[in-house]
Design a binder for this molecule. Structure first.
Ligand code: SF4
Ligand code: SF4
Length: 353
């Protein structure tokens, strides 16, 4: 592991150099919120952001994507459309790093998603550790995703006048060597890193609070007990089936595929768009049967997929606790409330036994 120090006064100069060589995606302000999008000018980068509307992982998995181009006269001319520009994701928070790790695993499983993997390949991920939670509705402290121990090439740790830069991969070494050689942006970090991390973590412990009444590891079992409970009817009655909770989620990966034929009928494209398990037609099959017709069933499925089925089948939770779904829901539905209700129901059931 290599360690450097980067003064805040040099960030804009560094960005100018980086933008000359890479496509950079990072947090920038949009009205009173932040978006994680392509950066065109150094001043756009806002490392003091709380959270972004859409998560950084959507850079690798965009809505509205052409998967293949086909020619109806000659099927051999079918080509795979990919986009392999070399890029940097700058300022990714630990919860989103953990989400990217999860999506990497999902999309790399056979059959591999070559479009996601082509965009992901060779992307340099520069993490930015959080000293405090980005909002009231996050679950990252309960889930342990407020920190990341892998899944990044460099990690920035903020100090009052700069950033301690932790380099953990060959891509990270390439990055710091490239920009240090000519411009000396990065100076050696001479303090004891482990003492620095201890102090940083003490600050985190003071700022982050748990939102759940029970340990997160007890959640799958508690949720299983709710399967036939009133809870889902109550949530279903409030939900507007808008799908916003899925759209902003860094770990939702469902999509729909459709063909668009050119007007000359000679060829066209096969495209994909994000889909949402909260849409009424999501579980509708050819015969017209809808396996999750009711909103209560769809809401239960969203939560069970993340917190029961994925832990059971893949060994990890499908939620990194970023809080975006809680922030965006116009019906005021919150995972924190659902999870605590599940714990409460489980406790009541145990007391009645
Ligand atoms: S954002 Fe809220 S209202 Fe919209 S589908 Fe999700 S839970 Fe329902
Ligand atoms: S389910 Fe909600 S809190 Fe969990 S990762 Fe998705 S958006 Fe974030």
């Amino acid at each position: 592991m290599e360690l450097y120090f980067l003064p805040k006064s040099k960030i804009n100069l560094l960005m100018e150099e980086i933008l000359g060589e890479f496509t950079v995606f990072g947090p920038k302000q949009k009205d009173i919120q932040f978006v994680f999008e392509e950066i065109s000018h150094p001043e756009e980068l806002r490392l003091d952001y709380n959270t972004s509307i859409l998560p950084p992982v959507k850079t690798f998995f965009p809505n509205n994507e052409k998967l293949i181009a086909f020619n109806l006269n000659n099927i051999d001319k079918t080509e795979i459309v990919t986009n392999e520009n070399r890029k940097i994701l700058f300022g990714v928070h630990p919860c989103d790093i953990n989400a990217i790790k999860m999506m990497d695993e999902i999309f790399a499983k056979p059959p591999q998603d070559e479009h996601y993997l082509a965009r992901r390949k060779e992307t340099i991920i520069i993490g930015l550790n959080c000293k405090k939670p980005c909002g009231e509705k996050t679950l990252c402290y309960d889930k342990g995703t407020y920190k990341a121990d892998s899944g990044f090439d460099l990690m920035f740790w903020e100090t009052h006048d700069g950033y301690v830069v932790q380099v953990v991969s060959n891509l990270g070494k390439y990055f710091t060597a490239k920009f240090s050689y000519f411009f000396n942006f990065f100076t050696e970090f001479t303090e004891n890193f482990y003492d620095f991390v201890d102090n940083f973590q003490s600050e985190q412990e003071q700022n982050f609070t748990k939102k759940l009444t029970h340990n997160i590891f007890e959640l799958p079992e508690a949720l299983r007990e709710t399967y036939d409970s009133e809870l889902w009817h109550e949530i279903g009655a409030k939900c507007l089936s808008c799908g916003s909770c899925n759209i902003v989620c860094p770990t939702c990966y469902c999509f729909d595929v459709h063909d668009v034929v050119d007007l000359d009928l000679e060829g066209g494209h096969r495209c994909r768009n994000w889909d949402s398990c909260q849409n009424i037609g999501f579980a509708c099959v050819g015969s017209g049967e809808n396996f999750r017709e009711k909103s209560s069933q769809r809401n239960r499925h969203r939560v069970f997929k993340k917190e029961v089925y994925l832990p059971q089948n893949q060994g990890f939770s499908g939620c990194v606790g970023c809080g975006r779904c809680n922030n965006v829901c116009i019906a005021g539905i919150s995972l924190i409330e659902i999870y605590n209700r599940a714990f409460e129901l489980q406790k009541n059931q145990e007391e009645q036994k």
